[in-house]
Design a protein around this ligand. Structure first.
Ligand code: SAH
Length: 295
């Protein structure tokens, strides 16, 4: 993936107390409260936590067909990153571990970036790819709504990484739709996915990446079992709630300077229950113009 021009880093997560306590001190990077999106995450793994130990490739039953897409030696490092997230309790299920092992993160980050480091990375156009622990957190929160045959929407799909994960989880009978408002990022994400284990799903149409304003959702394949938003909204956009299936779940960062990751569950009677998962730092869900001029 080619690196684009101006960039802003974003996305931090306050680890829950248990994880926070269990992190070695040298792994914690305490940054001050964040005055602007240019300041990177607080309390995250630093480069000193980079995965060093190689893990033998054993494959897994679920995605055995896809193994040929894995990229040589980076397979071991990607697997090491996943094991690291498992060790710290961020990945809790086999399914999430399998999908993150299957989608090689190196295919989605700019050339020369430390792909397996647990931090967000600049991808151009004032956007970033979220840190692996945020991807893992969102996959965990949405796992039950990403069963084979289900419909998933990824708003602010950026590099396409999470849309690819969703597609592998819902499979060829399901739908994974990414919506991103920067056309160049959509073009880039298509190239990334084409190199990845999710390529066959792009080809058969169960995975699609569209240019559009994600605040409007993507009505064509609604209602959705799972909706993920990769950028922080001032408030939860109504169309996204409307496009959620009863029993469906929306995961969305909400706020401006202080942001919280909200989990929105639509009940069978159409009412919604909202809870806060954690504090986060994402770039804004905004208009294309505002994003390109730096918000
Ligand atoms: N999940 C992505 C996150 C990318 S950053 C990844 O990890 O790769 C957030 C993305 O949201 C950016 O690519 C940005 O361009 C996009 N975005 C912001 N506002 C948007 C909007 N209104 N509609 C669609 N995409 C939007």
């Amino acid at each position: 993936m080619k690196m684009c021009s101006s960039v802003v880093a974003y996305s931090f997560r306050n680890f829950p107390p248990l994880i926070h306590r269990s992190l070695p001190l040298f792994c914690l990077q305490r940054r001050h409260l964040l005055p602007s999106p240019a300041t990177v995450h607080s309390r995250t793994f630093s480069s000193s936590c980079r995965i060093l130990n190689p893990f033998y490739f054993t494959g897994n039953l679920l995605f055995r067909r896809m193994e040929r897409y894995w990229a040589g030696s980076s397979v071991n490092k990607n697997k090491g990153m996943v094991e690291h997230l498992q060790r710290y309790g961020i990945i809790q299920s086999k399914k999430v571990a399998e999908v993150m092992e299957t989608v090689d993160r190196a295919l989605f980050v700019p050339d020369g970036s430390p792909a397996y480091e647990d931090s967000p990375m600049q991808i151009g156009f004032n956007a970033t790819i979220s840190a692996p622990h945020m991807h893992a957190t969102c996959l965990q929160l949405l796992e039950n709504n990403l069963q084979p045959g289900m419909h998933a929407l990824d708003v602010g799909s950026g590099t396409g990484y999470l849309t690819a994960c969703f597609a592998l989880m819902v499979g060829p009978q399901g739908r994974a739709i990414g919506v991103e408002h920067i056309p160049e990022l959509v073009a880039m994400s298509l190239k990334n996915v084409e190199k990845s284990a999710a390529a066959p799903l792009l080809k058969d149409g169960s995975l699609a990446l569209h240019v559009g304003d994600g605040r409007e959702g993507w009505p064509e394949f609604a209602p959705y079992d799972a909706i993920h938003v990769g950028a922080a909204a001032p408030e939860i956009p109504k169309p996204l709630i409307e496009q959620l299936k009863p029993g469906g779940r929306l995961v969305i960062p909400v706020g401006n300077v202080f942001q919280e990751l909200k989990v929105v569950d639509k009940n069978e009677d159409g009412s919604v229950t909202v809870r806060t998962e954690t504090s986060v730092r994402y770039v804004p869900l905004t208009s294309r113009e505002a994003q390109l001029r730096g918000y």
